[in-house]
Ligand binder design. Structure first.
Ligand code: SAM
Length: 265
């Protein structure tokens, strides 16, 4: 049993999992044959997939440095993924050691790894919960242990919303989370898109996975920022959101939108 009551046998190794496919594409070791096969098929249909996930991860780091540099001291990271160095708390605490972080993911294997690696500090909590039930996240005692919803929060929804279909009402979910945050909070978001190359075949790769892939266009991604003021340069391809180095060759093909918004009131 893990701390959250999941048994090891509930870790499904017969179907590809988004977190483990992503880990494989990033060059990690926490994945199984089914995940590697799905990752290879992704690269077949979207050759930029590997530089895409790296660009997404680099965006995440730049955005976290930005929001912490702007004064935020609490991070709610929904869709944590498997631990990947540097992890969000490492990036954030390098800027300000007093940052507190709640990591939330619905994948038991992510939860197990995160519990082992990440909960060595009172400033960090690891929660097994589903983005499709935002109230359960907002009300979770382990979220409240580290997040004070009367103070600004950086909400991270990085490379997760594309795993929600329209039937999940992702817009309403983001609005529920937004409404729980005080003024001065931030939304850090990235999302897969087919706007830069036809990538409908990637949706096929996820058909047998534990979550579907739902590509969205620029207007759909921008709508997730309703109620937030988008920081410059707005919603951009991940490598072009405030780059701190020359974006890698092939960046113009990368199918990840990225942006950061601030809740003014
Ligand atoms: C592609 S990884 C992204 C990891 C990290 N945010 C990043 O961008 O580097 C997506 C993560 O979202 C998680 N996830 C997918 N659907 C979810 C849901 N409905 N609720 C909570 N987590 C979910 C997966 O388990 C996976 O760990």
């Amino acid at each position: 049993m893990t701390r959250n009551g999941f048994r090891a046998e509930e870790i499904d190794t017969s179907r590809p999992h988004p977190a483990r496919i992503y880990d494989y594409l990033l060059g990690g070791k926490d994945n199984y044959e089914v995940d590697r096969e799905a990752g290879d098929r992704l690269v077949d249909v979207a050759p930029e997939a590997r530089i895409g996930v790296q660009a997404n991860r680099a965006f995440l780091q730049r955005a976290v440095r930005h929001v912490v540099g702007a004064g935020v001291r609490q991070i709610l990271d929904i869709g944590t993924g498997l631990p990947t160095s540097p992890n969000v708390h490492e990036v954030a605490q390098e800027v300000a050691p007093d940052v507190r972080i709640a990591y939330v993911d619905n994948d038991p294997i992510v939860n197990t790894h995160a519990n082992t690696l990440l909960t060595r500090s009172a400033a960090t909590s690891v929660v097994l919960a589903d983005l499709r039930e935002p109230r359960a996240i907002l009300d979770h005692p382990d979220v409240h242990r580290v997040i004070d919803f009367d103070q600004p929060v950086a909400l991270l929804l990085v490379a997760i919303l594309h795993f929600l279909s329209e039937a999940d009402h992702p817009g309403q979910i983001v609005a529920t989370l937004r409404d729980a945050l005080p003024a001065g909070s931030y939304l850090v978001l990235s999302h897969a898109t087919g706007d830069f190359a036809d990538r409908t075949d990637t949706e096929e790769v996820y058909k047998n996975a534990t979550a579907t892939m739902n590509l969205r266009d620029r207007a759909e991604v921008e709508r997730f920022f309703d109620g937030f003021e988008l920081l410059e340069p707005g919603v951009a391809q991940a490598p072009f959101w405030r780059p701190d180095a020359t974006p890698p060759r092939g960046s113009a093909e990368i199918g990840f939108y990225a942006g950061v918004g601030r809740k003014a009131r």
